[in-house]
Design a protein around this ligand. Sequence first.
Ligand SMILES: [Zn+2]
Length: 197
Amino acid sequence: MIIGPEILAMLQPKAQKYQQAAVAFERLTMEDVILALAHVEEEGPRLLGRVKYAQQEVFLTPLMNLYWPEAYDVAKRKKWRVDPDKLRTLAFFTLYEYIKPPRCKQCKGRGSMRQRLFAVKGKKTDPNDPLVCPRCKGSTYEPLRDADYARSLRMDESSWNKNNWRGKQREIRSVLDGWEIACLSEMFDFINPEDDA
Ligand SMILES: [Zn+2]
């Protein structure tokens, strides 16, 4: 089974950091991805990869159980005075958004589009050159809005803003960024072992 375009679209934006990675991923089958994931040493990065890239949703609960204490640690370190239930809900939605980013409606999750589908006024371009999607700026997805998060935390948007919940959300999301980078870099090392010669 070749990995589907949706998973490729998720892998590739992060993969740009690793030069040949995007090319390497095009050749991968889902079996390759699963095999590479099995060689990711740390549990957090491995579980994140399994749920996100191999769609093994059975690992979602263990992943959340691992992620939630990390988010709680961030809150403790930063001395946030917040309701732990709200923090847990924030962690859950942050994780969920991270794993299943809502696809950008304009480019349908491709990150780019054909020029002719999106005319740029007064610009001479090859109509077949792909253009970075103006809506998601190539990220392929649309982040949940403040209003979405506020609703999930059962608060109105003004208290979400006033207590800088967005800032808190970014802080706890960075744990997942760290895990994802660790996961991808170990996968790449496995897929493209470096020549030590
Ligand atoms: Zn887009």
